[in-house]
Write a protein that binds this ligand. Structure first.
Ligand SMILES: [Mn+2]
Length: 482
């Protein structure tokens, strides 16, 4: 039963932003290749081809190049999944979940998803994740005390529902564990067809190892983006009459995702990047007004960089970060982009967030003793439109090199976006970063190709019409915050 008083579920009517109408519905029929009659069949030979090919994408770093050996074909998992007896997740259960999602992405039509993950199991997982995430600080830390000479910290960029590439990345980097930390920079959902599976499998790892994996928020973990770029529709198709409930629970979790991380005291990561100081100036009260409260207005004419103290005080539990008013830091952290031009200015292309230059990168690093900033948010399509900024062919770019260190963009969705209106694809690699001892301040890049073939599936958004609006916030379709 849904209840408005349920603290883990957001009310879709309480958003400060009105939701724009989603694009015209796209008929989602199970593709011809994915129409098994239930009960489910075992994998066919083409499935085996997929499993084999899924494991031969190569990963390379500056130090080594290797290819994985093909994995043996796997048997269909036991479905439906059930919550483990005793209530606590195990590594085996999380492994089973990943295997199950991979198999189901080829063998089960999206509409039959509850036969894989029943809604009561989804509820258990999302509640466990919700509790953990909402207790975390705005800026989570992996301190030097928690790291040793065997530790590695893996930093991951945008994933956008490309389940098979996420599974490859985890296997290639090595799964989370005592010595392996993960920081994900957000954008788990939208555009790709398996945003729900991607988010839930990472949430399962978070519940299993809350101190080893950190899930930061991306701008797509919001009501606005998910209503335009496919995640809402995906959930409604996969869960049918329970879809609205599942979508609300996901949004409730998204609101709890932390905004940023600091690793080993010297690496700052966030989805978009830097953020402003909320400079406030008292507004003169009109005579005779009894209200003694002094209202403060942000001084938009004088943009300065914010501090970690200000970041810690921001209110992140908003369905959509506001672009006006006092609570601007979440929008900056999630939507901002670096620029080659000096200074700090409003990000007019996106309509929210900031553009910051190399001088700001240096100022921020010097002030807080940082040596590296790792942000995400820009894929090959975004970079194609930004003169002077590097392309995303290898899954990463080094944007600023300054006295104190470097600013890097990491993007982990290869061959992105999944759906394109023409055959002229970017064919970009994805990448992840490994930070190694002793200082954890030097990135080792691992680029990887997309897992092919992706299972045939229909998109959940009108990718032809929104292709050119690339993540720009359509302010005209939203109502101002009240
Ligand atoms: Mn983004």
């Amino acid at each position: 039963m849904l209840s408005d008083s349920d603290p883990t579920s957001v009310s879709l009517n309480s958003s400060p932003l009105d939701c724009p109408l989603p694009p015209p519905p796209v008929e989602v029929e199970p593709p011809e290749t994915q129409k098994p009659a239930l009960p489910l069949r075992p994998p066919s030979s083409s499935d085996e081809d997929f499993f084999s090919s899924a494991s031969i994408a190569s990963s390379s770093s500056s130090e080594d190049t290797h290819q994985n050996t093909p994995a043996p074909a796997q048997l269909p998992p036991q479905i439906p999944l059930s919550w483990p007896e005793g209530g606590a997740l195990s590594r085996e259960w999380v492994n089973g979940l990943m295997h199950c999602f991979e198999w189901a992405s080829r063998a089960v039509p999206p509409q039959e998803f509850p036969s894989v993950l029943p809604v009561d199991v989804f509820d258990r997982l999302i509640l466990s994740g919700h509790k953990i995430l909402h207790k975390e600080r705005n800026c989570v830390t992996i301190s030097k005390d928690e790291l040793n000479s065997d530790s590695r910290v893996v930093v991951v960029g945008d994933l956008h529902g490309q389940l098979h590439d996420v599974l490859f990345l985890l296997k290639d980097a090595g799964y989370p564990g005592d010595d392996r930390f993960f920081v994900f920079n957000g954008d788990y959902v939208d555009r790709g067809a398996w945003g729900l599976e991607t988010f839930l499998l990472l949430l399962a790892w978070k519940v299993l190892l809350p101190d080893r994996i950190f899930l930061l928020r991306g701008n797509h973990e919001s009501k606005y983006c998910t209503s335009v770029y496919g995640f809402e529709k995906e959930v409604l198709v996969k869960y049918g009459d329970k879809g609205k409930h599942v979508y609300r629970k996901c949004l409730g979790c998204f609101e709890g995702l932390p905004l940023a991380s600091v690793i080993a005291g010297c690496v700052y990561t966030a989805h978009g990047g830097l953020f402003r100081s909320i400079v406030t100036t008292p507004v003169k009260r009109s005579k005779g007004k009894k209200n003694r409260k002094v209202t403060l207005n942000p001084d938009q004419t004088c943009l300065t960089l914010g501090s970690f103290e200000e970041l810690s005080k921001a209110r992140r539990t908003v369905l959509d970060p506001p672009w006006e008013g006092q609570n601007l830091i979440p929008g900056d952290v999630l939507w901002s982009d670096p620029s080659m031009s000096p200074g700090l200015s409003p990000n007019k292309e996106r309509g929210i967030g900031l553009l910051w230059g190399p001088d700001c990168t240096e100022e921020f690093m010097k002030k807080f003793g940082l040596k590296l900033i790792i942000r995400s948010h820009e894929g090959p399509d975004a970079r194609e439109k930004r003169a002077g900024m590097g392309g995303m062919d290898e899954g990463y770019t080094i944007d600023h090199v300054v006295n104190s260190g470097r600013l890097i963009t990491i993007f982990s969705a290869p061959d992105y976006p999944q759906f394109q209106p023409t055959d002229d694809r970017y064919r970009n690699k994805g990448a992840y970063i490994v930070l190694e001892p002793p200082e954890f301040d030097t990135p080792v890049f691992h680029s990887f190709d997309a897992v092919t073939p992706r299972p045939a599936v229909n998109p959940y958004y009108d990718y032809v019409d929104v292709i050119d609006s690339d993540e720009e916030l359509d302010l005209a379709s939203m109502q101002p915050a009240t």
